[in-house]
Design a protein around this ligand. Structure first.
Ligand code: GTP
Length: 396
């Protein structure tokens, strides 16, 4: 989240400078006019590659908005009302953000294309209808006008921003954050009646923001473990390339996890994996936790010796061993549709408290052990010794 403040502040500063004529971009106007097209097409290619279908359609719509904006002379016969087109943009951004990333070209894609076409038709049709035109454009109906924005536009803008914020909070992703920022700037520009050059720069920035959003989300998907939220093995191998000459690696394995799965079922096993992962992620002393695979985890301490790491690993082991985990079988969850109190307490009585432990093997890069996979192998052998020594302990 922190990383997003910087681009937003930069965008704001840039627009402020352009809007107030402090930076003369007129000589660049021709380039600025064309740049968004290339950036949008680039962003569409990236989004297609990573199967981010909702971003593909949002980009297609923004591309259309840009074309309408710069080639307005060619589209004059459409006589679009800027107000209605602005509201259409908000509608598309909100609707498509709540949509899932389903197939790009299939039935789902067809419906999205139909929605875009319907919006274009509506813009054409309604602009010739006096009632809506009046509703959106006359001060008589809308009352107070703020900057370039009518009251209705302002209310719907706030609503759109709120809905997108809810979407981001419920399922955070960089693409949704980029869409929120784009919507915010569309609203802001309409409010301040931004200059043409500001709009042109904005379209390029929108293309870049969406490319960054799609790439960050795809990286996140590839490098983090879906079940536990920890960094995945791929991320471990990637970061092993930049580890220096000194580091310590620990392998952690949940004890008797097979028996646990067999007793309580795979779903409860998953709950336990998540809880154990959260404890492992709390490791102090500069350790970084990864899910290695299955019920195995790895902690890496860059620039640290094995003797430095051991107390922190012991802390993790003890925290897990003393942690009373409350688990509940999904089948026993109280069904809200049949809200009987008796049923709820019956389901609650089925929730159990369980304990698990982990065994830890630890090794440091030193002497003959130069390569990362050699250090990992050594940690794995130490883990085997910890298991042999009765589990719930650490070996080096
Ligand atoms: N629920 C769940 N189980 C998993 C997952 N990944 C691996 N497992 C289970 O983890 C168990 C690993 O068992 P083993 O490798 O035999 O080891 P163990 O029972 O933990 O015994 P020790 O390691 O010797 O203490 C298997 O039953 C796997 O099915 C997962 O993502 N979810």
């Amino acid at each position: 989240m922190k990383a997003v403040y910087i681009p937003v502040i930069l965008i704001f500063a840039l627009f402020f400078v352009i809007q107030n004529g402090m930076l003369d971009l007129r000589p660049w106007q021709a380039l600025l006019k064309q740049a968004p097209m290339f950036l949008f097409i680039g962003a569409i290619v990236v989004a297609l590659k990573f199967k981010q279908s909702r971003v593909v359609y949002i980009l297609l719509f923004l591309l259309l908005s840009w074309a309408l904006f710069v080639e307005i002379e060619h589209f004059k016969y459409l006589k679009f009302s800027p107000s209605l087109w602005f509201l259409s943009q908000l509608l598309i951004l909100v609707c498509f953000s709540f949509d899932q990333n389903k197939t790009i070209f299939g039935r789902h894609g067809f419906f999205r294309a139909v929605i875009i076409l319907a919006i274009i038709m509506a813009n054409y049709r309604f602009n010739h209808s006096i009632t809506l035109h009046e509703l959106l454009n006359t001060e008589l109906v809308t009352g107070l006008k703020l900057g370039g924005m009518t009251q209705i536009e302002l209310i719907l803008s706030v609503l759109a921003l709120l809905m997108l914020a809810v979407k981001y909070i419920s399922s955070p992703s960089k693409s949704i954050l980029s869409i929120w920022i784009i919507t915010f700037f569309l609203v802001y520009f309409r409010l301040i009646d931004a200059a043409v050059l500001t709009h042109l720069v904005a379209f390029s920035v929108f293309g870049l923001l969406l490319i960054q959003g799609v790439l960050t989300d795809s990286y996140q998907m590839a490098f983090s473990d879906e079940l536990t939220g920890l960094s995945a093995r791929r991320a471990l191998l990637q970061s092993s390339l930049s580890l220096g000459k000194k580091y310590t690696v620990a392998m952690l394995d949940i004890d008797h996890f097979k028996k646990f799965n067999d007793t309580y079922g795979h779903d409860v096993g998953d709950q336990v994996l998540r809880l154990v992962a959260s404890k492992i992620d709390d490791v102090k002393g500069g350790g970084k936790a990864y899910r290695y695979g299955g019920e195995e985890f790895t902690i890496v301490f860059p620039n640290k010796s094995v003797h430095y790491a051991i107390p922190y690993l012991e802390q993790v082991r003890e925290a897990i061993a003393s942690y009373a985990m409350t688990i509940r079988d999904n089948n026993d969850r109280p069904d809200n549709r049949k809200t009987g109190k008796a049923q709820r307490s019956k389901a609650q009585s089925r929730s159990k408290t369980v304990h698990v432990s982990v065994s830890i093997g630890v090794a440091e890069r030193e002497g003959e052990l130069k390569e990362f996979d050699e250090v990992m192998k050594q940690a794995d052998e130490a883990l085997y010794r910890a298991k042999k020594s009765g589990r719930n302990c650490l070996a080096e």
